[in-house]
Design a protein around this ligand. Structure first.
Ligand SMILES: Nc1ncnc2c1ncn2[C@@H]1O[C@H](COP(=O)(O)OP(=O)(O)OP(=O)(O)O)[C@@H](O)[C@H]1O
Ligand SMILES: [Mg+2]
Length: 296
């Protein structure tokens, strides 16, 4: 069972005291590798007996992990963190139900869901720390210097970054999913239909599809002052009517960031390189970059 499946199964059984205990562990994890049982007794404001009962339940549900070493401590499992985020999004009147997985990958799980207004949305759970090599590299830009970078912190940071990026570029007309809400490591965004660019074996008009991708890169750069930072054929979606959408923004930087130029060059180079290899479409990197940066 995936952690989201565990969370969904358990959520209806959880009571306010369970959430209280989960939240205490969440907060105290910034100070400890394993949150001492003693801290939970103290910080939860619940009677010790009650806390013991809750801890046992939560461990049985698979939401927390009990560690016995020089002291007894607890860790939040992914499913426990999912429960906290989902509960908050339901309480905030954003989500009413979660559906089937749309994409389960290395660094995220994306699910189909419904809002309280009956709108179909996509819910992305960031999962950093699941693959250890790439995420360290990916995080170097914005989390270096933290003494202890937990998967929990990394994943929340990635969600916050991605949500920020969407809120910057979406109002400027960049073709991205509509940002709806964010809590912890989870973002809720508009549902998009289509398939990843790399999955297509042929395109009706590769030239104009490349143009539209580059127009959106320019729009993000010139109007929103944002560089994607991880652009490739894996993060462009083509809808059934051949509209393009750019997804997966947690690595964005502002255009005044010292790395912005290098990242913009890499983004554009990835995309035009892909169109050259696969479709024989030739563009000059320098010309395209000049055109993108020109404010016209
Ligand atoms: N708004 C959305 N609507 C519908 N499907 C989406 C949406 N966002 C993402 N997806 C689906 O989820 C997949 C992964 O999304 P994304 O690229 O944002 O995450 P990722 O961190 O790169 O994950 P992975 O490591 O699996 O590539 C996409 O390829 C797409 O199929
Ligand atoms: Mg991706």
């Amino acid at each position: 069972m995936s952690s989201v499946e565990i969370a969904l199964k358990v959520l209806p059984n959880l009571e306010a005291e369970d959430f209280r205990v989960l939240a205490v562990i969440e907060i105290d994890l910034s100070h400890h590798r394993f949150v001492p049982e003693k801290d939970i007794f103290r910080l939860s404001g619940l009677p010790e007996k009650e806390v013991r009962y809750r801890l046992e339940r939560l461990a049985e549900f698979g939401l927390i992990y009990r560690w016995v070493g020089s002291y007894v401590g607890y860790l939040l499992n992914t499913a426990g963190y999912d429960c906290l985020a989902l509960n908050a999004l339901v309480k905030a009147g954003v989500l009413s139900s979660l559906g089937k997985p749309l994409g389960v990958g290395k660094e995220s799980d994306v699910y189909d869901a419904l809002t309280d207004d009956g709108e179909r949305v996509a819910v992305k759970f960031h999962r950093l720390g699941r693959t250890s090599f790439r995420q360290t590299r990916r995080l170097r830009g914005y989390a270096l210097g933290k003494r202890h970078i937990s998967w929990l912190y990394q994943s929340r940071l990635a969600a916050e970054r991605e949500f920020e990026a969407l809120k910057l570029v979406y109002p400027c007309g960049v073709s991205v999913p509509k940002p709806i809400a964010q809590n912890r490591h989870v973002i809720v965004m508009g549902m998009i239909e289509g398939d990843c660019l790399f999955r297509f074996s042929s395109l009706p008009d590769p030239d104009s599809i490349l143009d539209r991708i580059l127009e959106n890169v320019k729009l993000a750069y010139v109007k929103a002052n944002v560089v994607h930072g991880d652009l490739s054929e894996y993060n462009v979606i083509l809808s059934p009517d051949w509209h393009i959408l750019i997804i997966d923004w947690p690595q964005y930087v502002r255009s005044d960031n010292p790395s912005a130029n290098m990242l913009l060059r890499r983004d554009v180079s990835n995309i035009i390189g892909f169109f050259k290899r696969k479709y024989g479409v030739i563009r000059n990197l320098g010309d395209v970059l000049d055109w993108i940066k020109r404010a016209d």
